[in-house]
Design a binder for this molecule. Structure first.
Ligand SMILES: [Zn+2]
Length: 276
């Protein structure tokens, strides 16, 4: 499932192809993708609008729209498990799993492909209010070790589910949470308010360095689903220390990597590097 690095990669690659482009027409092949809005109403909201900016917020791709230089709502795209967004020539054969297509100028189309159909491609009037509940962005300068220390201390929750909570911190998912906790030497079930200051500092550093390294490698592809908008797999999976490595030796200490289920999510960690 795409997390911050995969969504950031999509935004960076799509930005030059979408910013400044006008939406000439819209076709919806699976109405649930647009969140239950009537396809005709969706088309009316977006056709004729121009993409002013393309950006990422948490795991959302946000396209701010404008008409005549004025804000005209936004598209919020969530890839969920298998969603993929890409621009190609309109004449390119449309994959049968394409759920929605926006025609751009100059014979190009933006296509949203989604095999498992959990992805969403929504038009909203006010993106800011839709996204208001999300926690801070871990790669922004405002995300500081001291903030993390105070925020963890104010909660009494298990660290892994807390880091997955998008209202606590934006963009983290199952893979990068496991990798960051290993790098910081924190057990995934540790209570947030009982993690010592030195480990919180390591966690803060791990979050920033792991996410940056994963963006540099265009995310992680370990199944057939995640591909960049250019159709390429990411390569950060080659760097995994724990995720998907159950039973294999820890790259730090050699102990076999353990797997437990935490909040319904498969969780990978090293019992020796990440003591309770
Ligand atoms: Zn280890």
């Amino acid at each position: 499932m795409p997390e911050l690095p995969e969504v950031e990669t999509a935004v960076r690659l799509l930005r030059p192809q979408l910013e400044g482009r006008r939406i000439a027409s819209a076709e919806v092949f699976w109405p649930r993708t647009i969140g239950g809005q009537a396809p005709a109403a969706f088309a009316q909201a977006v056709v004729g609008a121009r993409v002013a900016t393309l950006r990422r917020r948490a795991k959302y791709i946000v396209a701010d729209l404008e008409r005549g230089g004025r804000g005209a709502g936004a598209l919020l795209v969530h890839l969920r498990m298998t969603g993929r967004l890409y621009v190609e020539p309109a004449r390119a054969p449309r994959d049968k799993f394409v759920k929605l297509e926006l025609a751009l100028e100059k014979g190009k189309v933006l296509r949203f492909l989604d095999v498992r159909k959990f992805g969403r491609f929504l038009f909203v009037e006010d993106a800011a209010s839709e996204l208001a509940a999300l926690g801070p962005e871990p790669l922004e300068p405002q995300f500081k070790a001291q903030w993390l220390q105070v925020a963890l201390g104010a909660r009494k929750r298990r660290i892994k589910p807390l880091l997955l909570d998008q209202e606590f911190l934006a963009g983290m998912g199952n893979i990068y949470t496991d990798e960051c906790l290993h790098q910081a030497g924190i057990h995934p079930l540790a209570r947030s308010d009982r993690i010592d200051a030195a480990r919180v500092k390591r966690l803060h550093e791990a979050i920033r360095s792991v996410l940056r390294a994963a963006i540099q490698r265009e995310g992680s592809s370990f199944d057939v689903f995640y591909r960049t908008p250019e159709g390429q797999p990411g390569s950060y999976q080659d760097q995994f220390k724990v995720y998907g490595r159950t039973g294999k030796p820890c790259r730090v200490c050699g102990e076999p990597i353990a797997r437990v289920v935490v909040g319904q999510r498969g969780t990978h960690f090293c019992r020796r590097c990440q003591k309770r």
